[in-house]
Design a protein around this ligand. Structure first.
Ligand code: ASP
Ligand code: MG
Length: 412
């Protein structure tokens, strides 16, 4: 017997039929003797509908009232699910964030969870009830309703699981797990049985949007085993877990390939190769609140060198503007920008103990004649910056080179 926290996303509770199907699923776990706590999102489209209503009244509505409004979406689905469970003879009670007391800070529309009072949940579980909780919301010290940011129902599910020391937190969604890469780019992409928190964070921050990043950080910090699975098709999904629990399998070196097209590159040409130059360039960029990612500075030939870095494509114009003055002040030869680049990364904790990952990556790219513009590495990730038009080709080549393609089934 286990204690399981399940989160169902918007599409999983998108209609009355879907809510009834969720109730059946919950009952299935009950029959196996498990205790179940369910966290629900609003029915799909509902949060957007509410936001649009607010905008009809005021383009810039008061943030406190905005949260009071959008938090209602999840209350609808929580109550409907409890009713669907009752109809099936299953005792259940629903609670909104304030009723549980999911205490947050007061940053309306992007609040962070501070503390969860688990007393009520535990009482209900002891009385053999299913507990249904509205996702996406909490309450601040002063009793104001708060919400946790778009897509913000994963984090409370993980937080509730952590507070209850649940055996597993299951995130039900419309995909059946975490994949080696985006199947739309590589049809041979495989569902991973397991992945570590660290790898998941790298894949998520690189644009694999299965889980809210904050929920993965939370699960890693509190060691909550997290499973992503489909509410539409049965299957084991992907378990996100600690490294030592993955290590005893024949773990492949690379877990997956992440990529990102929203990148742009800026080069300041002919800057002096002297102390303080990098700071004089990146200081003003940081002050303008522009995030800088890959940075490359070449060894100087003579007294000057080129300084290149990447930013989000939306920030390119702004960054270039900031740097015009800087370039002049430094006596540099000017700025060159390029918005047609992309970033491709191979991610895997296995690279800590396996040499040669970088050379394998470079060979795979060289075999398909792709020029690498920039490279950066971390302990479990190697990222290359490429011309944008090579993105698909690069991801496919790397997916094959690292043995991630689905094995061919011949006798079909
Ligand atoms: N209903 C919220 C949203 O659409 C939260 C969630 O679905 O996780 O952003
Ligand atoms: Mg949603």
């Amino acid at each position: 017997m286990a204690l399981i926290v399940q989160k169902y996303g918007g599409t999983s509770v998108g209609s009355v039929e879907r809510i009834e199907a969720v109730a059946e699923k919950v009952l299935g776990f009950r029959r196996q003797g498990h205790d179940v706590v369910v966290v629900v999102s609003a029915m799909s489209g509902e949060t957007n509908r509410l936001l649009a209503l607010a905008r009809q009244i005021d383009e810039q509505p008061d943030m406190r009232e905005m949260d009071a409004l959008v938090a209602t979406g999840e209350q609808v689905s929580m109550a409907l699910l409890a009713m669907a469970l009752h109809k099936r003879g299953c005792p259940a009670r629903s609670y909104n964030g304030a009723q549980v007391r999911i205490l947050t800070d007061s940053a309306f529309t992007k609040a962070r969870i501070r503390q969860i009072d688990d007393a009520r949940i535990r009482e209900d579980l002891a009385r053999d009830h299913v507990v249904v909780i509205a996702g996406f919301q909490g309450v601040d010290e002063d009793g104001n309703v708060t919400t946790l940011g778009r897509g913000g129902s994963d984090t409370p599910a993980v937080a509730v699981a952590a507070a209850l020391r649940a055996d597993e937190c299951q995130i039900y969604t419309d995909v059946d797990g975490v994949y080696t890469t985006d199947p739309r780019v590589v049809p041979e992409a495989r569902r991973l049985d397991r992945i570590t928190f660290e790898e998941m964070l790298e894949l998520a921050s690189q644009g694999s949007k299965v889980l809210q990043i904050r929920s993965v950080e939370f699960a890693g910090k509190y060691r909550v085993p997290l499973r992503v699975l489909s509410s539409f098709v049965d299957g084991p999904g992907t378990l996100i877990t600690m490294e030592d629990e993955v290590a005893d399998m024949e773990a492949p070196t690379i877990a997956g390939i992440a990529f990102n097209r929203d990148e742009a590159k800026i080069t300041v040409r002919g800057v002096p190769d002297t102390p303080g130059t990098a700071y004089r360039i990146l200081g003003p960029v940081g002050d303008a609140n522009i995030e800088v990612d890959v940075i490359v500075q070449n060894v100087a030939e003579g007294k000057s060198t080129d300084f290149t870095f990447t930013v989000h494509r939306n920030d390119l114009q702004r960054a270039a503007k900031v740097l015009e003055g800087v370039s002049e002040a430094l006596g540099a030869r000017g700025i060159v920008t390029d918005a047609r680049i992309c970033k491709v990364s191979v991610v895997g904790v296995g690279m800590r103990s396996h040499a040669g990952v970088a050379s394998r990556m470079f060979k795979a790219l060289s075999d398909v004649n792709i020029n690498i513009q920039m490279v950066t590495t971390s302990e479990i990730k190697i990222t290359v910056v490429l011309e944008e038009k090579y993105l698909e080709l690069a991801v496919r080549a790397l997916h094959t080179a690292f043995g991630l393609d689905t094995p061919l089934v011949e006798d079909r």
